[in-house]
Each structure stands twice: as C-alpha cells, then as structure tokens.
Design a protein around this ligand. Structure first.
Ligand SMILES: Cc1cc2nc3c(=O)[nH]c(=O)nc-3n(C[C@H](O)[C@H](O)[C@H](O)COP(=O)(O)OP(=O)(O)OC[C@H]3O[C@@H](n4cnc5c(N)ncnc54)[C@H](O)[C@@H]3O)c2cc1C
Length: 315
C-alpha cells in the first residue's frame, strides 16, 4: 500500500501521518513544499517520494486553487502499478481520491477507520456502524484523520527524499474554472479549517441553545462545533461533531460551553493557542485544559453574551 498526500505550501494536511503509517511508511507527497512537509513524517517514514508541483498548478486561477482532476490524470500513470492507494480524508484527499479511483478503474473505499490489504473498516451512519469489507486486489481508500493515531519515536530522523516528476502539461483545462474565491463563511466552513470555534456540550439545555451558540459564534467570527452527546441528540449535524469519531480541528481559539472534556473529544482538538471553557464543574478536564476557565452556567453565559454582542458591547 502507498499513501498519497496532497501538500500545500509545505503543510501536511490533517491525517497525513496516519495514512502514511497505515501504509507502513510508504508515501508520495504531491503539491507545493513537499520536501519541507516530508520532514513532518520523521519517525513515520524512512523514504518519501516527493512530486513537487511548484506554484503554477495550485496558483493558476487564484491562490490556493486545487485542481484535482488535472492532478488525478497526472498521478494515475504513476500509480498504475500500485494496487492499493490510501489518502487521508482531508479536504484535498477527498477531492482527489474518487477521481483517482475512476481513472484507475478501482473501487473507492471512502471514510475508512482502518485499511489493510485484506480488510477495510468503514465508519458509516454517523460512525454508529462499522462496515467491514474485503477491498479486492486493487482499490483507493481514504482514511479518516484522528482515528488511528501515530506513535513517533523521539529524535527520529527525517525521511530520505526521492524526487518524482509529475507532468501536468495543459491538463488544467479539465478542471472546473474558478471565477472567484470567496472568504470562508464561519457558518458553513469545514470545521477542520476554522480558526475560531465555539463548542457546545451536554451542559447546554436545548436545541434552541445550540442555535444561540451558533449566533454568538457568528458574531465572534467563529464556527459552531459540538460534542457527540449533542450530535447524538440531533441538536447539531454530525459534520459539526469534534473528536475521534468526528472532525479533527486545529483552531487558534476554542470556546467550550458545557463540555466535560472527555478524551474522545479533546483528542480531536489539535493544539488551539487559546481555550476558554465555561462549566459549572471547575474541576472537569476541559476546565483543566483551558487558559481561561469560567465556573458558571453556560446557558446563562451564552444568553448574556448574545445580549452584549447585539448591543454592540462586544465590538
Ligand atoms: C467510541 C467512542 C467514540 C466517541 N467519539 C466522540 C467524539 O468524536 N466526540 C465527542 O465529543 N465525544 C465522543 N465520544 C463520547 C465521549 O466519551 C463523551 O461522552 C462526550 O464527549 C461527552 O460530551 P459532553 O462533554 O457534551 O457531555 P458530558 O460528559 O455529559 O459533560 C457535560 C458537561 O457539562 C457540564 N454542565 C452541566 N450543566 C452545565 C451548565 N448549566 N453550565 C455549564 N456546564 C454544565 C458538566 O459539568 C459536564 O462537565 C465517544 C465515545 C466513544 C465510546
């Protein structure tokens, strides 16, 4: 098996190291800044193939524009002899994987929590079901970030680099044309990309309170996230669940309202620069993690915050 990881500006996406570890360290990085990003795989891979695209493919048509159809067409030839290809289920990985699978005439096993040559486990129906399939001799799979984990030995050396040439030529024409790139809307942005997040937990008293949390979040330029207890209640969509069986986030600021800080939740938090927690239990794990721990009723605090923000006091 080989992991294929799309890299932008030297940054590995969430789940990259896990996909590489799942493939016993065999990896191809493709994108911009691949050699720089490969250093992030120290201890996970001994040798990484880097297909450096330079600025052109991602920059044409606007900074940061990803051209998955062109990339899939260029990579299909290189991967023809690799029967099992695993991508992290990052936004770019999810864009690229189905196109690769179609071009390689293979099934796509999307949203896997474990991939081996003989078996793929797929999380389905909001991770309430585990579907175990025999993947066949050749396939493409995406591995969910945050479910596997990676043990890295301290002081491990950066992997050796093997440069691989990828020729995109005039393949750009096959992707949709980007006419405009809009700034992200906190209400709809993928949580994994959000820089500020307000999280709601079981300490909130109703679905209306979650709606209030969303409004307060928007006023602060933050996206709404939730714990599994809240998504299981149907108070927030599963796509907003933070944690091991939800989305792995990495915001600058995380505000947790009525969240206890169970490990399945906090392991999906990344490394926020600032955590603020509002909880009636001053000793729960979320309060211990917080830079600012406020012992208070989260419902009353949210109501007060909304009043203050709507009166302009928060600006
Ligand atoms: C296999 C597996 C996978 C899981 N995956 C995830 C996952 O991806 N994400 C996830 O979040 N969980 C996940 N869980 C569930 C996880 O173990 C916890 O149950 C969950 O995170 C707890 O959510 P919570 O903090 O909202 O609820 P609770 O743990 O019930 O905590 C509620 C908190 O609210 C506080 N509170 C109560 N009333 C108030 C009030 N009025 N004001 C302020 N605070 C108040 C309480 O003091 C408490 O700290 C998973 C569990 C399993 C077994």
């Amino acid at each position: 098996m080989i992991a294929v990881v799309v890299v932008r500006s030297g940054q590995l996406p969430a789940g990259a190291a896990e996909a590489v570890a799942e493939c016993d360290g065999r990896a191809m990085l493709v994108g911009t800044g691949t050699v720089e990003a490969a250093a992030g795989l120290a201890g996970v891979s001994a040798e990484v193939a880097c297909a450096e695209l330079g600025d052109a493919p991602l920059a044409t048509g606007g900074a940061g524009v990803f051209r998955p159809a062109a990339l899939a067409a260029a990579l299909a030839g290189l991967l023809a002899d690799e029967p099992m290809v695993v991508l992290p289920a990052s936004p770019d990985g999810r864009d690229l994987a189905p196109r690769l699978a179609a071009l390689l005439h293979r099934p796509l096993w999307a949203g896997a929590v474990q991939v081996t040559e003989a078996r793929v486990d797929l999380a389905r129906n909001g991770s309430t079901e585990l579907h175990r399939v025999s993947p066949g001799a050749a396939f493409v799979a995406t591995l969910q970030p945050g479910v596997r984990g990676v043990a890295v030995a301290a002081g491990a050396a950066a992997p050796a680099i093997v440069q691989v040439a990828v020729n995109l030529g005039d393949l750009f024409e096959i992707d949709a044309k980007v006419t405009e790139v809009l700034p992200p809307d906190p209400a709809t942005i993928d949580l994994a990309e959000a820089e500020r997040i307000v999280g709601g937990g079981a300490g909130l008293d109703s679905t209306e309170r979650m709606a209030q949390l969303s409004r307060v979040g928007l006023a602060l330029g933050a996206s709404m996230g939730a714990t599994r207890v809240v998504t299981d209640r149907g108070w927030a969509p599963h796509a907003r669940q933070i944690g091991t069986t939800g989305v792995v986030i990495d915001p600058d600021l995380y505000l947790a309202f009525g969240i206890s800080g169970a490990v399945q939740h906090t392991s999906g938090l990344g490394n926020p620069q600032h955590i603020i927690s509002v909880n009636t239990d001053g000793h729960c794990p979320m309060m211990q993690l917080a830079d600012l721990a406020i012992t208070a009723d989260a419902n009353a605090t949210l109501a007060e915050l909304e009043t203050l923000l709507s009166s302009g006091a928060g600006s």
